[in-house]
Design a protein around this ligand. Structure first.
Ligand code: PA5
Ligand code: NI
Length: 193
């Protein structure tokens, strides 16, 4: 396939790309089993299946050499003391890297490898984060009122493995501490494979 170059814009303040092929909305129910405080999760879900995050994708053919780009918007809020977050995933092709550029808000990227390493990097406007191959990643919004908005780009043939994280969770959690976010060990983390 021969293609021609194109540009698009990320107009402030909404930062929704001027060219979008796919708009994904993920609600609270999609994160079942991921938040530590099950009781708060069930209570919250019984009143509303709240919108937790959205992704605007610029699609490309899922071929070697192509890149998928987009904007991820994690809305502010908490389940119990745990901040709203994305499902998080490994890429199906584990040897995949990804770039994130934070445009708005405050938060963290929670990451880990199958080999047992863990890393939690702060995100604030202007930060560029490189997620190396093999690192699962989850974005967490810690601002009280503002969305966490990031631009991302990754190889279009990477695929998403959500199942591993659905089963084992992430090793680290981001909780609301007394005056700042706290990164704690996940007491329920279990190796799934
Ligand atoms: O591939 C990525 O890391 C992003 O495009 C994410 O898909 C996006 O941030 C949403 O997160 P998730 O795919 O974990 O629901
Ligand atoms: Ni990814």
């Amino acid at each position: 396939m021969i293609d021609t170059p194109f540009t698009f814009t990320l107009p402030l303040p909404q930062v929704i790309p001027s060219r979008v092929d796919n708009h994904i909305e993920r609600r609270l129910s999609a994160l079942r089993g991921q938040f530590l405080d099950e009781e708060s999760f069930i209570k919250m879900l019984s009143s509303e299946d709240k919108l937790i995050y959205e992704v605007y994708e610029i699609q490309r053919p899922q071929l070697d050499g192509e890149l998928i780009m987009g904007i991820s918007i994690v809305h502010p809020g908490k389940v119990g003391k745990e901040f709203f977050m994305t499902k998080g995933h490994f890429h199906t092709i584990l040897e995949t890297s990804e770039i994130y550029y934070c445009l708005r808000g405050e938060g963290y990227m929670v990451m880990e490898t199958p080999e047992g390493e863990a890393s939690v990097e702060a995100l604030s406007p202007g930060n560029v984060l490189y997620v190396p191959p093999r690192w699962a990643h989850r974005s967490v919004c810690t601002a009280r009122q503002e969305d966490l908005v990031t631009f991302f780009a990754y190889p279009a043939n990477a695929g998403h493995d959500y199942g591993t994280i659905e089963q084992q969770g992430f090793r680290k959690l981001v909780m609301d501490g007394s005056d700042s976010p706290e990164i704690v060990d996940n007491p329920r983390w279990t190796k799934s494979r």
